[in-house]
Design a protein around this ligand. Sequence first.
Ligand SMILES: CC(C)(COP(=O)(O)OP(=O)(O)OC[C@H]1O[C@@H](n2cnc3c(N)ncnc32)[C@H](O)[C@@H]1OP(=O)(O)O)[C@@H](O)C(=O)NCCC(=O)NCCS
Length: 302
Amino acid sequence: MDPAAITAEHAARVGASDPLLPAPGRLREGTRLSVDRGEAVTWFQHLPVGLAARTWEPARTHRLDVRLAGEDRAGTLGALLDQWLDLIKDTVAPGDTDSAAVVELPSRDTEAVSALVHRGFVPSSVLAVRQTGRGGQAGAPGVRIRAATADDLAVATELNLTVVRFDAPFGKITPRESTEEVLRNQLVFLLNQPEPLVWLAERDHRVVGIVHIQLPPVSDWAGRSVAAAAAGYLGCLGVVESERGGGIGAALAAHAHAVLDAAGLPVTLLHHALANPYSTPFWYSVGYRPLWTTWIRRPAFG
Ligand SMILES: CC(C)(COP(=O)(O)OP(=O)(O)OC[C@H]1O[C@@H](n2cnc3c(N)ncnc32)[C@H](O)[C@@H]1OP(=O)(O)O)[C@@H](O)C(=O)NCCC(=O)NCCS
C-alpha cells in the first residue's frame, strides 16, 4: 500500500474517532520504517544533564510515530514495533532505567494497542482535554483562594515539587537534582506575567494547595496537539496530603477553569499520570477526558 494512501486512511480513521484531534501531519524527519499497511518514523532524544526538560522525560528516549491502515492494525503496529526494537536494541544499555521507548497514540484509536501490551509497554501518561464550561461546580471547602505573589515563591515551589515527586513512580517524570530550580524558575516566570496565573488555597492562614496555568502564546506548545483555535494548559495542581479529599482540589480547579473560560479559550489541556489513583479520577470528574496516550517501555530493554 503506498504511503500516501496509508496516511490518508490513518487520518480519516483518527479524525472520525475524535473531533478534537488535529489532522495528522506528514511524518517528521528521522529514520523511516515501513511495512505493508504501516509507516513510521523513529528518532532519538538525548537530554543532557542540566537541561530543564530532563524532569519531564527519561534522559535517553527512542520515539516512534506511526501511521496505520487496514483491518489488522494490531498486526501492523506489531510488525513496526518489532522492526523498531530490532533497530534500536544495540544502542541502549540493558536495564538503563533512564532509557525509554515511547509511542504516543490518539487515546481513542485503540484497536492496535494490544501490540504494545504484548511487547511490555504501559500506558504511562495522558494529555487530557477539557472543553470550556465542562465540569461541575466546586463545593465550599472553607478555603480562601488567592493569587500567589513573589513572597510565596518558596511555598509554591515546595508544593509543586511534592506533585512531581508524587507522580514520579508512575514512570514518565523523573525528579532530578535540578528539578527544584527548574520549578522555581517556571514559577518566577509565571509570577512575572501581567495577569495572575498561580493561585494558592489557604486554610487558617496556612497554604494547603496550589494551581497554576499557562495562557497562549506560552501554552501554544501544548495547543498544537488539539484541534482548537487556542488552548490553555494547566501545569500543576497539588493539595497537601493531610487536606486531600475535602474539596480543595476541586475548588482550585474550578477557580483556574473560570479564568481559562473567561479568557475565551475553547479548551484546556493537562498531562497526568494514568496510574495515579488521585489525579486520574479527579481530572475526569472535573470535565477532562483523554486525548493522547503515551505508551512507554522503561527501561527500553531489560
Ligand atoms: C489530585 C489532587 C490535587 C486532588 O485534590 P483533592 O483536594 O484531594 O481533591 P477533592 O477533594 O477536590 O476531590 C477528591 C474527592 O473529594 C470529594 N470531595 C469532598 N469534599 C468535596 C467538596 N467540598 N467539593 C468537591 N469535592 C469534594 C470529591 O468529590 C472527590 O471524590 P471522589 O474521589 O469520590 O470523586 C490531590 O489529591 C493531590 O494533590 N494528589 C497528589 C498530587 C497529584 O496527584 N496532583 C495531580 C497531578 S496531575
